[in-house]
Design a protein around this ligand. Structure first.
Ligand code: KIV
Length: 262
């Protein structure tokens, strides 16, 4: 499965990743022509109502990874995010937590950061657990960045991102998410790397794209980043359906004969 993702870059075939958090959506998405399902820690914001991803725990990630695994009827490559403070400072702890996500059903784990987390990345990869990297706007560092801002606006940060991507590739990661960086920077990094880049707000030259499913389905409406394209408006459809149900209960139109046992 991972070799297939690597081959897609060689064939110049775009890779489609989408976030997925629960059983019913995994059943739908895994039969909808995607290449990778990501149990993103964005679940903290779009499913649990937290203000950022920092409060997401290993228990949250394990529960949602199990649910997605159960619904992954298309047997799509399943990647789970390692939550904040589960891997950064201690390679042994990083490996233990990565193992828990694999036991829950993930095929690979994703971590945010470059050089500063490389010992943890190596510990996980040395135990044969595949790893996806994540650079650019890494939401677990939102407080350091002072908000969700486009990254790599100056030469120094472009140099750091490029170096980090090469360090991660050398450590053996099989793919890297690039979030919220200028298209030109993503293009240059994509050309430098042998492993595929998967962009979110990083333009069209990445080897693949990822979107948060609740954003692109119009289910999460608190805010919509510029890079999101809404392919549906599920929040509105759900509200319309529930309002109609309510009106029909109040008017006596529901339930009807066909919904009733005799
Ligand atoms: O948690 C997440 O949804 C992610 C994507 C933004 C790539 O990491």
């Amino acid at each position: 499965m991972i070799s297939e993702i690597l081959d897609m870059k060689k064939r110049k075939e775009k890779i489609v990743m989408i976030t997925c958090y629960d059983f019913p959506m995994a059943k739908v998405f895994s039969k909808s022509a995607v290449d990778i399902l990501l149990v993103g820690d964005s679940l903290g914001m779009v499913k649990l109502g937290y203000k950022d991803t920092l409060s997401v725990t290993m228990s949250d990630m394990i529960r949602h990874t199990k649910a997605v695994k159960n619904g992954n009827i298309g047997n799509i490559l399943l990647v789970s995010d390692m939550p904040y403070m589960s891997y950064e400072n201690n390679p042994d702890e990083a490996l233990e937590n990565a193992k828990k996500l694999i036991e829950a059903g993930a095929d690979a784990v994703k971590v945010e950061g470059g050089k500063e987390i490389i010992e943890s990345v190596k510990a996980i990869i040395n135990s044969k657990i595949p790893v996806v990297g994540h650079l650019g706007l890494t939401p677990q560092s939102v407080n350091k960045f002072g908000g969700y801002k486009v990254q790599c606006r100056d030469e120094e940060s472009v140099k750091k991102l490029t170096e980090d991507s090469l360090i991660l590739q050398d450590a053996g990661i099989f793919s890297i998410v690039l979030e919220c960086i200028p298209e030109k920077v993503a293009k240059d990094v994509t050309e430098k790397l042998n492993i595929p880049t998967i962009g979110i707000g990083a333009g069209k030259y990445c080897d693949g794209q990822v979107l948060v499913s609740d954003d692109m389905l119009g289910m999460f409406t608190d805010f919509t980043p510029k890079f999101v394209k809404k392919y549906a408006n599920l929040a509105q459809s759900a509200a319309d359906a529930v309002k109609q149900y309510s009106a029909e209960v109040k008017s006596g139109e529901f339930p009807q004969e066909g919904n009733t046992y005799k």
